[in-house]
Ligand binder design. Structure first.
Ligand code: NOJ
Length: 549
């Protein structure tokens, strides 16, 4: 099959189902809620949706602990609701990508339940990583691996065996050396592809295969998202799995795609996941983690395009997701580094100037949207929502908060249910009087979709206009990006030549502290993230596009 894919230049909207729209008033977003808001997404101008897990789950990790990969959790609806969503999305020309979670399942999954009641050494335990402990009585974990959610990556059963969980104890890691595990996931893929999904997002795509013998890391711990070299991430064996999955995807018409979630040390390692016979895309977390600096963005853009291009894959661009501090707050604090670093800096971000963060976030949007490749938006960024740092402890549900004993806030602050309308919670997220699963800030009345719709200066209008222009004017996909001479060190200026007949777009972003002229720009901008100065200079923390003349 040709490598030219609809996904190469798509704008894909990440929908954290639990927090998008609640149709039945139980406080949790659901599939019918999504279906009821599809027109909002077509008006916004996105091409595809990525739905986070809605499978049967005890929700120990927000649904990334799957008890049944072939069914919808009653909280989120039914399989019939899913089919309706898919049909309605397709009727509007929206493609749908679902999340597949192959590294681990829930401890309530039938396989793990069988493993628990079976004896040590039994075939039921071989689908997971069960081991004897170290020490005279096996009282110490089998190796030194630490859970990404803090604490040891091993839990001991009353019968003495230990099992591996890179995440929460409720998420036992599957053993991908076991043929039944491979066969089961191939069938799960077919189950959803047969229903008509357009693609899959692969959770912890770099984690499935562990180094033989499960050797010690040799140093303590790891961070949530930064992939140093470890015996549990980025092992060569994962690529064989993705080659098999690619052949499954390619056996379907119309085209189905896969995107890898893999936090890796550098873009070269990431590119291995998107070689021609593997996955179509991988999230660009280096872009997400770049600090607010022209040099840093330019380096990430150049290296991403070059290295992804070297394997014939498109680059993706992403600023936020459900695992990181929302970028309004991150950019307000000026922190960069991988998302783990940004999270650690949340103390700083909580104190930061949100008006500054929003200006930068709006500018970053105009930097990101004209870049060649595909863009992932995280729900709520189009409303300019900041991270919510001051959730009450008792409301927090992220296992990171619980397992770090509250020393880390965790990820709930980027998962607060969306404000749609009205002057008080639930702001149209659910029916009046319903109580969202996380409390929404009082200040969100002015951020709601209704409050921003039709308001020229709103962030929602900026996204709608920029997405429309991106469709109309910018040469997408593999088009060329040409850097122009900079009027100052902290300014980025580039051209994206247009498609046949279109003039193309000039984009300038000022990441510095003084207003600058943009020499190549003529006339008023097509769109700007904030007002230019009266004499036409581009102010700090502002970006704009002009037609190329
Ligand atoms: C990455 C997901 O995005 C995150 O939310 C989840 O906690 C881990 N993988 C474990 O599944």
């Amino acid at each position: 099959m040709s490598r030219r894919s609809w996904s190469r230049d798509a704008v894909i909207y990440q929908l954290y189902v639990r927090s998008f729209a609640d149709s039945d008033g139980d406080g949790t977003g659901d599939l019918l809620g999504v279906t009821s808001r599809l027109d909002y997404l077509t008006d916004l101008g996105v091409d595809a949706l990525w739905l986070t897990p809605f499978y049967r789950s005890p929700m120990a990790d927000g649904g990334y602990d799957v008890a049944d990969y072939r069914d919808v959790d009653p909280r989120f609806g039914t399989l019939a609701d899913f089919d309706k969503l898919l049909m309605e999305a397709h009727a509007r020309g929206l493609r749908v990508i679902i999340d597949v979670v192959p590294n681990h399942c829930s401890d309530q999954h039938v396989w793990f339940q069988a493993a628990l009641t079976a004896a040590p050494g039994s075939p039921e335990r071989q689908r997971f990583h069960f081991r004897l402990g170290r020490g005279e009585a096996g009282e110490r974990p089998p190796n030194d691996w630490q859970s990404i959610f803090r604490g040891p990556a091993w839990t001991r059963l009353p019968d003495g065996d230990w099992y591996l969980h890179l995440f929460a104890p409720e998420q036992p890691d599957l053993n991908w050396d076991h043929p039944e595990v491979r066969a089961e996931f191939a069938n799960v893929l077919r189950f959803w592809l047969d229903r008509g999904v357009d693609g899959i997002r692969i959770d912890v795509a770099h984690g499935l295969v562990k180094a033989p013998g499960l050797p010690d890391v040799g140093h303590q711990g790891t961070t949530l998202l930064v992939g140093d070299e470890t015996p549990f991430f980025d092992q060569d064996g994962v690529h064989e799995i993705y080659r098999e999955w690619r052949s499954i995807l390619d056996s379907y018409e119309p085209e189905r795609i896969a995107v890898a979630e893999a936090w890796l040390p550098n873009v070269y390692r990431t590119a291995r996941y998107v070689r021609p016979d593997e996955l179509h895309q991988a999230f660009n977390f280096e872009f997400l983690g770049a600090p607010w600096s022209a040099g840093a963005y330019r380096r990430v853009v150049d290296s991403s395009l070059e290295v992804m291009g070297s394997v014939g894959a498109p680059t993706t661009w992403v600023m936020s997701n459900h695992d990181v501090v929302r970028h309004v707050s991150r950019l307000a604090a000026g922190v960069g580094g991988a998302a783990g670093g940004a999270r650690a800096a949340s103390g700083v971000a909580a104190q930061a100037d949100l008006a500054l963060g929003l200006r930068r976030a709006r500018a970053a949007t105009l930097l990101m949207l004209p870049l060649p490749g595909s863009v992932y938006l995280y729900q709520g960024e189009e409303l300019g929502l900041p991270e919510v740092f001051d959730l009450p402890d008792e409301a927090r549900q992220d296992p990171v908060f619980v397992r770090s004993k509250g020393t880390e806030l965790g990820r709930d602050g980027c998962r607060v249910p969306l404000p749609w309308s009205g002057s008080q919670p639930p702001y149209g997220f659910g029916p009046a009087g319903s109580v969202p699963w996380l409390p929404q800030p009082a200040s969100w009345a002015e951020s709601s979709v209704a409050a921003q719709s039709g308001v020229a200066s709103s962030t929602l209008t900026l996204y709608r206009d920029a997405l429309r222009l991106r469709r109309e004017l910018v040469a997408l996909g593999d088009g060329e990006l040409r850097w122009l001479d900079q009027p100052g060190d902290e300014v980025l200026v580039f051209e994206r030549p247009g498609r046949a007949g279109d003039p193309g777009v000039l984009c300038a972003v000022n990441l510095g502290s003084v207003a600058v002229p943009v020499a190549a720009a003529t006339g008023p901008p097509l769109i700007a993230s904030g007002p230019l100065t009266p004499d036409g200079l581009l102010p700090p923390d502002t970006a704009a596009w002009w037609t190329i003349r």
